[in-house]
Structures are given as C-alpha cells and as structure tokens.
Design a protein around this ligand. Sequence first.
Ligand SMILES: *Cc1c(COP(=O)(O)O)cnc(C)c1O
Length: 286
Amino acid sequence: MQITLSTTKKEKPQAEQLEFGKQFTDHMFIMDYTQGQGWHDPRIVPYQPLSLEPSAMIFHYGQSVFEGLKAYATPEDEIILFRPEKNFQRLNSSNSRLCIPDIDVDFALKALKTLISVDKDWIPQAEGTSLYIRPFIIATEPYLGVSPSEKYQFIIIMSPVGSYYKEGIHPVKIAVESAFTRAVNGGTGEAKTGGNYASSLKAQEVSEKMGYAQVLWLDGVEKKYIEEVGSMNVFFKINGEIITPALNGSILPGITRDSIIELLKHWGLPCRKDASRWRKFMKPIN
Ligand SMILES: *Cc1c(COP(=O)(O)O)cnc(C)c1O
C-alpha cells in the first residue's frame, strides 16, 4: 500500500469543542475498482476533495454503502476497535444488496489499522471521546444508464468526536412515526446505504419540529410493529424480560444489537430462554 504523508498538519480540536463528523484527520484511505481488474491501487493520501465527473453514477442513482465504527484510546495508551471485522462483513452484505463488488475484509481491516496508525495523534483522550471511522463505497463510473457501475471507490475517512449526546446519556423524546416509512421487507432497510437516510430525513424534520429528538420507525406494511430508531436498534424491558425486534429484512442488523444479545446470553438474563418471543414480541403499540 502506498502512503503519501501530508506536508501540513491541521490543528486538532480541543476535547470540549468536538462535534460529530465536522472535522477530519490529516489522511484518508482510498482504493479503486475497475471491472475486469478488481480492486486496485490501495493508498493512504492526505485528506482531500475527490475529483469526480458530474456524470459519476453516485450522483444520479445513489449506489453507495457505508459503515460507522470507532477507535478508542485506553488509559494504557492502547488503541482499540470494537469488533471491526463485523463492520467490513456488513459492508459486504450491503454491497451485495446494492450490486457493488465485495471488498476483502482482512485487507480492509489492515488498511484501516494502517490509516489509524498514521493518524493516531488524532484519537482524542478525554472521557467519552473517540475517533469516528467512516468507510464507504461510491459508484464512480461516468454513465447515465441505469445499471450497476463498472467503477467504484472505497474510501475511509476519520473524525474525532465527543459523546453522542451533548449533555451525556439521558432520556430523549422519541416520536412514533405513523405516516412515513423507512424501509420494507425486500427493500434496502437491511443495507447501510445512503438512500435509507435520504428517505428518513423528512420524518426526522417533522418530528424535530414537534420537539422530538428521534423517530421510532414502525413496519411499513401494518404500521404497528416496532422496527428501530433513526440510526440505532432498540431494546425494551417489559415485565422483567428484555426484548428487541427480530431482524425481518427491513431492520439494519446492528453490531451493537448483536453484542447486547450476546452479552445478555452470557449474563443469563431472561431473553435467553425463549427465542420465539423475539419474533412474537412486536406487539401493537396503540
Ligand atoms: C448503523 C445503523 C444502526 C446501528 O448499527 P451498529 O452496528 O450498532 O452501529 C442501526 N440502524 C441503522 C438504520 C443504521 O444505519
């Protein structure tokens, strides 16, 4: 992998000033795909704008996928990632749904680790802060026909971030969305793709105006079964039992969700004993 170091260094934000996804580290990873050649030219370069033709397919038909994960600095000065292979495996599941060629999970992980070590000074140290990592793939072929692109770029950018909620972890108001639909079985809800977010913005905007922080999505057919919240899965504790909607084809399979299910099992908590309840749980909410 070719590494071109930046000749200038950006100023790093103070821990108190960290916002989500507004500042980026000095470098990025990028790799190209050309049909017939496969993925090629992996490289780490200074963080910079992309040069794409206006006809690049990403701008017209939305063929893109992404991931989100974090690197943390431990008090012992180690850098840790949480189950990062799961993110690249899920990127491939999303790829498959969007007709984007697979990436090599081990190679992507190696590339990410190299990028992190190049920009390791960007990992914030303060409690509750981390380095947010955004791998993504976009269709870059200059062509206006509707078909899968024959060219792509796989890019990883990184951004130092503070805690997700400004005032720390505390209850937020959630609006149960009964008009708009995020996804339906057979659609792209299971894939981490930009289009799902584009179609969710309106509901988010309307609910924010009404004083809610997030939308709780219901199933797109009957509008009565709980699916997930804006960009995260949900768990409930009802009569001592912990329950979460089963993955049904329109819910994003969260790695946090999977980890919580594994932890609950490990701790022997009630949800473990009755797997069928996971499916039956989704009861009408009104
Ligand atoms: C990314 C995402 C999640 C959460 O996934 P994690 O792997 O737990 O971070 C949940 N729902 C949607 C719609 C998402 O895009």
